[in-house]
Design a protein around this ligand. Structure first.
Ligand SMILES: CC(=O)SCCNC(=O)CCNC(=O)[C@H](O)C(C)(C)COP(=O)(O)OP(=O)(O)OC[C@H]1O[C@@H](n2cnc3c(N)ncnc32)[C@H](O)[C@@H]1OP(=O)(O)O
Ligand SMILES: Nc1ncnc2c1ncn2[C@@H]1O[C@H](COP(=O)(O)OP(=O)(O)OP(=O)(O)O)[C@@H](O)[C@H]1O
Length: 766
């Protein structure tokens, strides 16, 4: 080989060391030559085998090797050199996870096919985007084209063409030598020991530790946000140690104990510094525990155990909070003094439930909240070119437009726009705004989603733009239109990628024909927070409906038309159910388990366009109404009553069986409403009536919100009267049951047959 590859790698590393930055070396060309080059580089660089990792399919070097799917193992760890073999495939998520693990002074190496060809090759990841009925050939290469373009445009990235033996770019930036880091100093008035601050590596970390001092007071919460590798876990550990030294019992929780290791490391070091090795580190089962001379402690419990033990702790620290379900975070908020540390950008595809949903709940709580953001990286210098490139290429920092640009947007001021892949690729700011809005509005968006948006044949995006800026955006997926073979396979228990609605309607709800009509699922919709509640989201759905109604019916399956139904599935909340209902969508199913990430039950809704779509919606609405009462006392017996009310109200009013209570059942119900009868002897007819009442939503039946919740909790979900009385603030279970009878009076008045009304006259003077 003519080019002095080894010399280039050495210069890159020398420069990286000088600046405490990283460098990226792209080796493009035939697979084997890539490995030959990599091996000679690794043989020469003064880097230990233990500090090197190969991320790829084969164990080909004398160093640690992990496949891309396990790239998450590198999160929170540090390596001098990481090489990614992207010949067989490149998973965008793996790239995002790996980039943060390379140490300052280190090298990231990317083995790729010749750059000109790479975007035109379909790889293993692309295969995952070819969801039925689409084929691999339908997948495009825009994401890779974007990677190549940004690699060529960014600093600090060397590109070598191994086929032509040419250095396309040497990636050298000739950086100024790094300034010696100023040693951070403790804040002037501090309550933690100075050693807690002296252990900090950056001024940001000092500020973060200081933020924890607010937890000396009651009813306080601290929120620590940072990109990966800013030292937030360590800051939390120093604070936890300082509290333990002061005699407090600190309970630490995180998705797994592995996530909390840095925190315990710092806490233990601090306790040892201050107590001269007195701190005890006792592994007890799977929990870590540090105890101090003052009787304080730092201990780890898994989230569910931590929730059960909140009462016993003085202070609760939640690390990697964004990766926990919102429901779990809410339960942890019951702690009086609590801190949440979380990653804000999606290296890990970590949940954004934290910022999206939990923030509101935190603001509503009684805690005074202290916020702190750590910006300065710890593993490498700020402004590191590899991080800058990764953020840009993977849009890890994509943001919606700044508020003033869209603050005046109203339905009359906006244009409807199809966001075609090529437009998005060509217009960086359009892509950033649209993707940024999707990311901000959803709790789980990751680099793979960017690739999907650009390349997946089943996905489309639409937006409302105000003065050229995206103010509302929707991500749409084509579903259904599946062959008889695929449908049979699903019906028999096989899985099909994409196609969420047909999949659930077929495999769970046993409708083999559900995948036949063609649909369009609104995967995600978001309006800029500065312009919500002005009808923009509804306008966007309306325009989408118009566009796809144009070519109604599955016979005509050309690019825009050929759609039988619009649909959606999302974590159900009363507000969202109302939003979709207002826009013509009707509920056909509620999931029987809570979503892992959001902690919510999902609702599936359909808005038919063609006759085939209407038939699909109608039969599923009918089945849903028929099964709802039985579900309520079983799989969804803990569905929040306000969600149950909203779910039933958003079912098509014509759906479900007619009321068929026998004369005897009417006597039982009317007897409980107006006389001495009891709900408990025969709940069935009561439940049928309640479901009918909610689905019809008749104005003539006058019930309060509290009465409706009572109907759900006691009668549909069959919960214990005493608990229901407590929750709805009735004086006693007796009063609660009397109120239940009372709630049935207007229902009997409205629906009751002559037999029922006769019962009423026995007890009421008319
Ligand atoms: C498949 C999915 O993507 S479901 C997830 C939807 N997206 C999100 O939750 C992201 C955050 N939220 C948003 O971006 C917006 O609130 C959207 C997209 C839900 C609605 O967009 P908007 O432009 O505000 O819609 P629009 O003005 O037409 O309708 C608003 C009405 O919907 C209802 N609504 C929507 N969301 C909520 C909510 N979270 N809580 C209460 N009501 C809500 C209300 O009735 C509201 O009217 P109001 O504010 O006068 O009470
Ligand atoms: N004060 C400190 N003293 C010693 N080492 C530190 C300190 N702060 C951070 N580090 C080291 O820097 C790296 C990143 O720190 P830490 O894990 O706390 O950051 P983080 O923001 O939680 O990062 P990640 O999200 O990647 O886990 C770790 O290897 C940690 O050991």
């Amino acid at each position: 080989m003519d080019v002095d590859l080894v010399g280039l790698a050495e210069s890159l590393v020398a420069e990286a060391e000088r600046a405490n930055e990283r460098r990226l070396l792209v080796l493009s060309g035939p697979h084997e030559r890539g490995y030959d080059a990599l091996e000679s580089i690794l043989d020469t660089l003064p880097v230990g085998i233990t500090e090197t990792t190969l991320v790829g399919p084969d164990d080909r070097l004398r160093c640690e090797q992990i496949p891309q799917v396990n790239a998450g193992d590198l999160l929170g760890t540090t390596r001098d050199v990481i090489a990614i073999d992207a010949h067989e495939e490149l998973q965008p998520n793996a790239l995002g996870k790996v980039v943060g693990a390379v140490d300052g002074g280190g090298l990231l190496v990317l083995l790729v096919p010749p750059l000109e060809e790479w975007p035109n090759r379909r790889d293993g990841f692309d295969a995952s985007l070819a969801v039925p009925p689409f084929e691999l050939d339908d997948v495009t290469g825009r994401f890779k084209r974007r990677l190549v373009e940004t690699m060529r445009a960014h600093r600090g990235i060397a590109i070598v063409d191994l086929e032509t033996d040419r250095v396309e770019s040497d990636g050298l930036t000739d950086p100024a030598p790094r300034r010696a880091n100023d040693t951070p100093t403790p804040p002037p008035d501090h309550r933690f020991p100075a050693a807690a601050y002296e252990a900090c590596l950056t001024t940001d970390q000092v500020d973060a530790v200081a933020a924890f001092e607010s937890l000396f007071e009651r009813e306080r919460a601290v929120v620590l946000e940072a990109d990966r590798g800013r030292g937030k876990s360590s800051a939390a550990g120093l604070a936890a140690g300082a509290f333990a030294i002061a005699g407090e019992d600190v309970l630490v929780t995180a998705p797994s104990s592995r996530n909390a290791s840095e925190l315990f490391e710092r806490a233990r070091e601090l306790c040892e510094t201050l107590e001269g090795g007195a701190a005890e580190d006792k592994p007890a089962g799977d929990s870590l525990r540090i105890e101090t001379a003052a009787g304080g402690s730092v201990r780890f419990l898994e989230p569910s155990a931590a929730i059960a033990a909140l009462e016993s702790a003085d202070i609760v620290v939640v690390d990697e909070a964004a990766a926990l379900p919102v429901a779990t975070l809410e339960s942890l908020l019951a702690a009086n003094r609590v801190a949440f540390a979380t990653t804000i950008h999606g290296y890990e595809g970590a949940g954004r439930g934290f910022s999206v949903r939990f923030r509101d709940r935190l603001a509503e709580s009684d805690h005074a909240v202290t916020d702190c953001t750590l910006v300065e990286p710890i593993r490498y210098a700020a402004g590191d070119p590899v991080e800058v490139w990764a953020f840009r290429a993977l849009l890890l920092d994509a943001r919606p437009p700044v508020e003033p640009l869209v603050a005046d947007a109203v339905p009359e001021s906006v244009d409807y726009r199809r966001l075609e892949g090529d437009d998005l690729l060509a217009d960086e700011s359009l892509l950033r705004e649209a993707f940024g809005l999707l990311v901000l509005a959803h709790y789980r968006t990751e680099p793979n989603d960017l690739a999907r948006l650009l390349d997946a044949p089943n996905l489309e995006a639409r937006a409302l733009v105000h003065d050229g800026h995206v103010v509302s955006v929707a991500l749409l997926a084509r579903e259904g239109n599946l062959s008889a073979e695929t449908r049979a396979m699903m019906y028999e228990g096989g899985r099909v990628r994409g196609n969420m609605l047909p999949d659930i309607l077929t495999s769970q709800l046993r409708d083999e024909a559900a995948g036949e009509p063609a649909g369009l699922r609104v995967v995600r919709i978001a309006t800029h927070h500065a312009a919500r509640s002005r009808g923009l989201g509804s306008r966007l759905l309306e325009r989408i409906g118009e566009e796809f109604t144009a070519g109604e019916g599955s016979d005509d399956s050309d690019a825009t038309g050929g759609i039988d139904w619009l649909g959606t599935g999302f974590g159900a909340t009363p507000g969202l159910l109302e939003f979709w209902r207002e826009n013509g969508y009707r509920t056909v199913h509620v999931s029987t388990t809570r979503n892992d990430a959001s902690g919510e039950y999902s609702a599936l809704m359909l808005a038919p366009i063609s006759d085939a779509g209407r038939a699909l919606r109608d039969r599923h609405a009918d089945w849903f109404v028929r099964r709802f009462a039985a579900l309520s006392s079983d799989a969804i017996d803990d569905l929040e009553p306000d969600i149950a009310r909203a779910v039933l109200r958003s079912v098509d009013a014509d759906a479900g069986p007619p009321l068929t209570l026998t004369d005897h059942e009417w006597r039982v119900v009317a007897g409980a409403a107006y006389g001495p009868g009891l709900f408990d002897v025969d709940p069935g007819p009561f439940r049928d009536l309640i479901v009918r009442y909610f689905v019809d939503d008749p104005a003539a039946v006058d019930l309060t919100g509290r009465e409706e919740r009572l109907l759900v909790l006691r009668a549909l979900q069959g919960r214990d009267a005493e608990r229901v009385a407590e929750r709805l603030e009735y004086h006693s279970s007796g009063q609660c049951m009397r109120a239940l009878g009372g709630a049935f009076c207007p229902i009997v008045d409205h629906y009751g047959t002559d037999v029922a009304l006769e019962v009423r006259t026995r007890f009421v003077d008319e």
